[in-house]
Design a protein around this ligand. Structure first.
Ligand SMILES: Cc1cc2nc3c(=O)[nH]c(=O)nc-3n(C[C@H](O)[C@H](O)[C@H](O)COP(=O)(O)O)c2cc1C
Length: 432
């Protein structure tokens, strides 16, 4: 097979048809395929109807415009017409959230922050995640986004467990300071002037200090449009299993806005199972789509009650990796894209027994042409190689933890003190 140096239009046309679909009919169910019951209703995030009821988890360093586009195209390409279209703007194929952006950077119009906060011209719903600990900066940031019509949805990060962030009271540390948490959410909702604001939580600091039920109720009171829970504590980091029972408990505690469940959705059937088991209104999918943007097509099929096809063969995987690389090159420039795609190579090839030398050559390629040539070679060598049975259901990506969570001095003693006695961060980098 020869390399296709496609323009972005041609890439778009390819991407709207799932690699595994040959026509408009669903392929027959196979041993890995599932037909999973009735069609799910759209998820409502303020005025935005999201169908399928699925959100791409914000992931720093991953969910930039090229990755969002790939995921969206798979999701929208597999969505039956009509769903979620009754309320504008409709997020078709799912809701695709940006990388984490610092509120202070936006409030100060920092050049690097503004570049990170860019959306592509064709993004139908511009969804941005903000991080911050200072209500004033948060309010300013959201007012700026809403006032300049730069976003259609704002998500607030209260789940990041990394020391650089929690040490300053941010991410998963903030809900432990209930009054400050309330002020940050309030400032965002007020600044948003009708743009829906959602919050993303963890269960708490650790199993003794859980914060999510209070935080969920506070966010609901303050006008958040939905509440999402990564069902781990910060101390768990990414270890252990997500405790979906906490999603069910949040669903029972928060009654007037949608509750979204997050954690350990590796394949489409997991998403439906989480909704069935917890009663949540939608799901947030992170590591499960790393190297597998077609998961959004699978999710659209599963939520329509249609069969989910087996994982693509290697030749098809290679074409998606190629498309991803070219989109990155258009967005970030070729040298940056060739470096950035290296972290994705292992995820795309996860479960395909191609050997370490192939991975090494792909990650050593220094130009787009060299990478294309390696991809050609790989696809030609094993076009029909299938994934090892069960590999697409297994965890991928980060699994580190547990960790000792670092908090500012006296943080837990001042739960009802609203003053942000730590400096808001400009350079926070989330690890979720
Ligand atoms: C590489 C990486 C980066 C992440 N960055 C963020 C982030 O910026 N903001 C955030 O709220 N969560 C972040 N997360 C956490 C995810 O959004 C999600 O909550 C977590 O991965 C659990 O979902 P999963 O089991 O579907 O992966 C990140 C996760 C990963 C793996």
């Amino acid at each position: 097979m020869t390399a296709q140096r496609t323009s972005s239009d041609a890439i778009d046309r390819q991407a709207t048809t799932d690699v595994r679909e040959t026509g408009t009919e669903a392929p027959p169910a196979t041993s890995t395929g599932t037909t999973t019951g009735a069609e799910a209703p759209p998820l409502r995030v303020g005025p935005i109807a999201v169908w399928p009821p699925v959100v791409l988890a914000p992931m720093a360093g991953i969910t930039n415009a090229p990755f969002r586009r790939l995921c969206r195209q798979f999701g929208a390409g597999a969505s039956p017409p009509g769903d979620g279209a009754s309320t504008a703007p409709a997020a078709r194929g799912g809701l695709f959230v940006s990388e984490m952006i610092t509120a202070r950077g936006l409030a100060e119009r920092n050049g690097k922050t503004l570049r990170l906060a860019r959306f592509a011209d064709d993004e139908p719903v511009r969804s941005i995640q903000l991080y911050g600990t200072d209500p004033h900066a948060m309010g300013e940031a959201v007012r700026f986004l809403a006032g300049e019509e730069r976003a259609d949805h704002v998500d607030l990060n209260f789940g990041c467990p990394v020391a650089k962030v929690t040490r300053k009271g941010g991410g998963a540390a903030l809900p432990a300071r209930r009054a400050l948490f309330r002020d940050v959410v309030r400032a965002a909702v007020r600044g948003a002037a009708g743009v829906p604001v959602t919050v993303k939580l963890r269960i708490g600091i650790d199993e003794r200090i859980t914060t999510y039920l209070d935080a969920g109720r506070i966010a609901e009171d303050e006008g958040a449009a939905a509440v999402a829970l990564h069902a781990r504590t910060a101390a768990q980091h990414y270890s252990g299993g997500a405790d979906w029972r906490a999603v069910a408990a949040l669903r029972a505690a928060v009654t007037s806005v949608p509750v979204l469940g997050n954690g350990d959705i590796w394949q489409a059937s997991d998403a439906r199972r989480m909704m069935d088991e917890t009663g949540c209104h939608g799901v947030v999918v992170g590591r499960g789509c790393l190297g597998r943007p077609w998961l959004f097509g699978d999710l659209a099929r599963a939520f329509a009650g249609r069969a989910v096809p087996p994982a693509p063969v290697l030749e098809e995987v290679v074409e998606v990796l190629r498309r991803h690389t070219h989109l990155l090159a258009e967005w970030l420039t070729e040298p940056v894209a060739v470096r950035d795609v290296r972290k994705h190579v292992g995820w795309y090839l996860h479960g395909y027994p191609v050997g370490p030398e192939v991975r090494r050559r792909l990650t050593a390629a220094a130009t787009l042409a060299a990478l294309d040539a390696e991809l050609d070679r790989l696809a030609a060598a094993h076009p029909t190689m299938a994934i090892v049975p069960g590999a697409d259901a297994r965890p991928r990506g980060k699994s580190s933890g547990p960790i000792a969570v670092t908090l500012p001095d006296g943080w837990l003693a001042a739960a009802d003190d609203p003053s942000p006695d730590v400096a808001d961060d400009l350079d926070a980098v989330s690890g979720g």
